[in-house]
Design a protein around this ligand. Structure first.
Ligand SMILES: Nc1ncnc2c1ncn2[C@@H]1O[C@H](COP(=O)(O)OP(=O)(O)O)[C@@H](O)[C@H]1O
Ligand SMILES: [Mg+2]
Length: 422
């Protein structure tokens, strides 16, 4: 189905806006997504909604800036939209030239027929689409639009149960098995380990991003993307935790809310690692998640706290679909049986991860996800099973042959790994 053409109406006259809306209402492929009489609001709406076309009156009325000035601002700051300007009767050549210089695509002098306006809007949208396609051909690929995104928050009430290990390897496996865009977010703001465990530079972190949001009042998508680092070996994008624990306080719940909502528009999968306490930022990550993976080990205190957490999440109204339990370090001696744990938690354990120190330990110490390093291990296999649960049909095995392309070995002493900067 062809994408609908979305329209923003900007006019000082209510009557004119009503007429314009009427003209578009009967057209099935055209949709008015916003209207305003205010230049500043028009710019804000253009940035937020990125309408295909902005139909704008040359005169905005009151003490508003000239429509051409507003058009120039919009065309520079919201370049995804094209502007059609409705001009006063008898608009001369000079006006036309100024309009073109302001980034206006077409000028329609008053009085005009509704059908003329509809035709002009369609034409402008059509040209814009052709231009996008041509640009994509030059760049190589048309940027894949993220239409459906899945956010997975990994949580546990205890430290050391393997959240970070799971978050990293799940993100890497999701990338490898689905080929989709994957982002990994380290919300363990005080002692986040993802950067070191993946051998990533920590020049840009979530605390720098929080500062940007606090300064600007809102999050610019480009600034967000500029704060992600790519794990070259897998292609996973990562938002790292602050380098120092005292920077954790800079990151507030509303920052995390904005960050995660925007990531949802850019990535197919977002995997979030958390600390073992409930803070504003963690609650935001739980709330926005499509899937919460509660990670437990087979020990009494962990299970007791897990049960408590299940009850808390029930009071939040989270469904069985949303919350899934995973058991790490499956053990046979001295441990509870899976069935006993399920009865206690009143929830199914959907997957178990074996304890495999011989694979995990060198992977952690050499900063290379075990999923890449030891793809044939039992623990890597268990991650593949989790990917299939999380990603469903999408998890076709498009993974390159196991072992292909040896990842580079890390050099230098132990301390050389800390605070790596590019
Ligand atoms: N399945 C496992 N097999 C072997 N070792 C594991 C396993 N899961 C966790 N570990 C060990 O536990 C340590 C802590 O895991 P980590 O992911 O950092 O926990 P958390 O993020 O929950 O605090 C890891 O560095 C690893 O040595
Ligand atoms: Mg951790």
């Amino acid at each position: 189905m062809a994408a609908a053409i979305t329209i923003l109406l900007v006019s000082g006259e209510v009557e004119e806006r009503v007429n314009l809306k009427k003209a578009f209402l009967v057209e099935q492929d055209l949709e008015v997504v916003g209207e305003t009489d205010n230049a500043e609001e028009a710019l804000k709406m253009a940035k937020e909604k990125a309408p295909t076309v902005i139909v704008m009156d040359a005169k905005l009325g009151g003490d508003q800036p000239d429509g051409l000035l507003a058009a120039e601002q919009i065309s520079v700051q919201a370049p995804k939209s094209d502007i059609v300007m409705v001009a006063e009767e008898g608009a001369d050549n000079l006006f036309m030239r100024k309009a073109m210089l302001s980034g206006v695509r077409q000028v329609l002098p008053k009085p005009y027929d509704a059908s003329d306006l509809v035709a002009v809007v369609r034409l402008v949208a059509e040209i814009a689409e052709k231009k996008r396609e041509a640009m994509a051909a030059i760049i190589g690929t048309k940027e894949e639009e993220v239409v459906e995104s899945k956010m997975i928050t990994i949580f546990s009430t205890k430290g050391g149960v393997g959240r970070t290990l799971l978050a990293i390897n799940l993100a890497v496996a999701l990338k490898k098995m689905t080929g989709k865009k994957v982002c990994l977010v380290d919300l363990d703001l005080q002692f986040g380990d993802i950067a070191i465990m993946m051998h990533l530079p920590t020049k840009v972190t979530i605390s720098a991003l929080a500062r940007e949001i606090a300064d600007a009042g809102e999050l610019d998508p480009e600034i967000l993307m500029g704060h992600l680092v790519t794990h070259e070996e897998s292609g996973v994008s990562v938002l790292c935790a602050p380098i120092r624990p005292d920077e954790a306080d800079l990151v507030k719940g509303n920052h995390v809310d904005q960050i995660l909502r925007q990531l949802k528009e850019k990535f197919h999968y977002i995997v979030i690692d958390t600390p073992s306490y409930l803070s504003d930022t963690v609650l935001t990550a739980l709330e926005l998640a499509d899937q919460i993976l509660l990670l437990l080990t087979m020990e009494l205190p962990t299970i007791k706290d897990g049960k408590l957490m299940m009850e808390i999440m029930q009071t939040f109204g989270y469904t069985e679909e949303k919350v899934k339990v995973i058991m790490n370090r499956e053990a046979t001696t001295g441990a509870f049986k899976k069935k006993e744990i399920e009865e206690t938690l009143e929830a199914e354990v959907i997957a178990t991860i074996p304890s495999e120190g011989a694979v995990v330990m060198p992977s952690v110490n050499e900063c290379e996800p075990f999923y890449l390093r030891s793809p044939d291990s039992k623990i890597a296999e268990s991650i593949r099973e989790i990917v299939k649960i999380v990603a469903g049909e999408e998890a076709e095995m498009i993974e390159e042959a196991a072992g292909e392309g040896e990842a580079p070995k890390k050099k230098g002493g132990l301390m050389g790994l800390f605070g790596k900067k590019k």
